[in-house]
Write a protein that binds this ligand. Structure first.
Ligand code: PMP
Length: 454
């Protein structure tokens, strides 16, 4: 299957830019959004557009869709809730939803719900500041924590004094930020360097309320923590009275029921959750953490607002999602791991056949693939690899595979044998197209053709 006909999607999208800036809902474009594909139907790992084209959906709404599309049990739980009561400040599933989160997130005694990951992170920072009486937090290069001024972008010149300044070349650089917000609120340092962190905390702990990190850095390219790094981070936070926040908005309920913290065996003080926790159709985020810190909400020492916090439909989605994920001792994750593992292997195998050197990072449920920069490309190697990555994402779209930005593949628990087979066939076609293009640019035959000829 090659070259989709998308005339109906294009016609539908023609006027969209008049009412929706850029014709999209945010600034981080997916490879397939340039094609203006409008999706109207889904089942399992597949979605269909207005023209009836079928895609494998490993974009999964930025990783939120962990169940696959149209899961009957999940849908029924939402319908049942809607048919009972439209809105209520407290209903009869609040305890079940909160207990489900606390049962699986090992560091969580209590939880507060909100809507977006951005919001959960900001509230976690407020809690940490309230708890410690300090102002700054430490951020790490390559980690993403949402759309707020104080976590977006920045660079540091001097690692001995890592106060971030605006970086106009950064993907997250934006006009309109409150002045001084990066500089006044955070330090920004490289991740996975425990000695550097130790010296920063030694010098500046009296002004540091929190350390904020993705325990597996999916946004930075699917990076795992170095051996022993998180253990040292934990010990340093204990030594200097700093609140450790794991931002598990992507990894929570995606890399396993217990999130990255269980997988890696290190517990934070606070965890932010979102995306997959509510199954993909509805926005629910959460701050989960140690009782002593969460209790600051009880005596109103720290304020937490939000009209839709703990809305019933969202709590029903959380409860139904966690029930589905936890069934049969979490077998769903094993199945997703098997299926996505085979998909990752197919991707790497087909790339190699077509002369493309790709590497895969991350975990089966959230894999990131990227072209390895080639030393033959000299000083422009990084740029060329980045361009190639973009081209590969677009070719995959043209061959019916949707991936998230920065070439992420988000799996879901419904992925099955037929999805793996379809992926293999389509990715082969996509990579042949890219391989032929690259070979033409380099003036030689494509690797696959050369291999067949010899
Ligand atoms: N934290 C992490 C690790 C994320 O990946 C994201 C979103 N990609 C956020 C926070 C922000 O979540 P939201 O987009 O729901 O505000």
């Amino acid at each position: 299957m090659v070259k989709l006909s998308i005339s109906q999607s294009v016609a539908y999208n023609r006027n969209l830019k008049n009412v929706l800036p850029g014709g999209v809902h945010y600034s981080f474009r997916m490879p397939w959004e340039s094609k203006q594909i409008s999706l109207v139907r889904g089942r399992g790992s597949r979605v269909w557009d207005l023209d009836g084209n079928e895609y494998l959906d490993f974009f999964a709404k930025f990783g939120a869709n962990i169940l696959g599309h149209n899961n009957p049990e999940y849908n029924q739980a939402l319908i049942d809730t809607l048919q009972r009561v439209s809105s209520a400040n407290l209903g009869d599933i609040d305890a079940e939803a909160a207990e489900a989160v606390c049962a699986h997130i090992d560091s969580a005694d209590m939880v507060r719900f909100s809507l977006s990951g951005t919001e959960a992170v900001q509230n976690a920072l407020r809690l940490a500041r309230g708890y410690t009486g300090r102002n700054r937090f430490v951020r790490f290069q390559g980690h993403y924590h949402g759309n707020a001024d104080n976590t977006l972008g920045g660079r540091v010149g001097d690692l001995d004094h890592p106060v971030p300044e605006e970086d106009p070349g950064d993907l997250y650089s934006t006009e309109g930020k409150a002045a001084g917000v990066l500089k006044d609120q955070s330090f920004l340092i490289p991740w996975n360097d425990a000695d550097l962190l130790e010296s920063l905390l030694e010098r500046s702990h009296e002004e540091i309320a929190a350390l904020l990190m993705e325990p597996i850095c999916i946004n930075g390219g699917g990076l795992m923590p170095a051996a022993g790094y998180l253990e040292r981070v934990r010990a340093l936070c204990d030594r200097y009275g700093v609140v450790l926040i794991f931002d598990e908005v992507i990894t929570g309920f995606r890399v396993g029921l217990g999130g990255a913290q269980r997988l890696l065996g290190v517990l934070p003080d606070l965890t932010t959750l979102g995306k997959a926790m509510a199954g993909g159709a509805l926005p629910v985020s959460a701050i989960a953490g140690r009782r002593e810190i969460m209790k600051l909400y009880e005596n109103r020492k720290v304020v937490h607002g939000g009209t839709f916090n703990g809305y019933l439909l969202g709590l029903a989605a959380v409860k139904a999602t966690i029930d589905l994920l936890a069934r049969d001792g979490g077998r769903a994750y094993e199945r997703m791991g098997e299926g996505m593992g085979r998909i990752h292997s197919a991707l790497l195998g087909e790339a190699e056949k077509n002369g493309l050197a790709l590497r895969m990072s991350g975990v089966p449920g959230a894999g990131v693939f990227s072209p390895a920069p080639s030393s033959a490309d000299g000083p422009r190697a990084g740029m060329i690899a980045q361009y190639l990555g973009k081209m590969i994402g677009e070719a995959m779209t043209e061959h019916g595979i949707l991936v998230s930005n920065a070439n992420r593949l988000y799996g879901n628990i419904s992925v099955d044998e037929s999805d793996v087979e379809l992926f293999q066939a389509r990715v082969g076609d996509a990579f042949r197209q890219v391989g032929e293009f690259v070979a033409k640019m380099q003036g030689g035959p494509p690797a696959a053709a050369a291999a067949t000829a010899s």
